[in-house]
Design a protein around this ligand. Structure first.
Ligand SMILES: [Zn+2]
Length: 99
């Protein structure tokens, strides 16, 4: 602990001023925050979250205590992806260029 460099994943606080904002965080993925309720829940989730290492991709992420996977891994598993990432490193968005 201490005044080490803060993780640069999500910076909350004062940034939410426009009426709609899309934020990515590791518990649930993308958020579309367009009101007080969403913002309050988002801040609640952030407060609950702790520094963890994702069980699958082994990145340092901030997750709620009950969670062991980051949002991208959780959604990948739902789509039938393998539990380990030994073969591929980073699945970027595909541009849809066909053969
Ligand atoms: Zn992960």
């Amino acid at each position: 602990m201490g005044a080490a460099s803060a993780p640069s994943t999500v910076s909350v606080g004062g940034a939410i001023s426009r009426r709609e904002l899309t934020i990515y965080e590791h518990n649930f993925g993308f958020w579309e925050i367009d009101g007080q309720v969403e913002q309050a829940f988002f801040e609640y989730v952030q407060r609950q979250s702790v520094q963890k290492t994702c069980d699958r991709c082994e990145r340092r992420v901030r997750l709620m205590p009950a969670k062991t996977l980051c949002a991208s891994c959780a959604s990948a598993l739902e789509c039938g992806a393998p539990r380990t990432m030994s073969r591929y490193r980073h699945a970027g968005p595909k541009t849809g260029a066909g053969p």
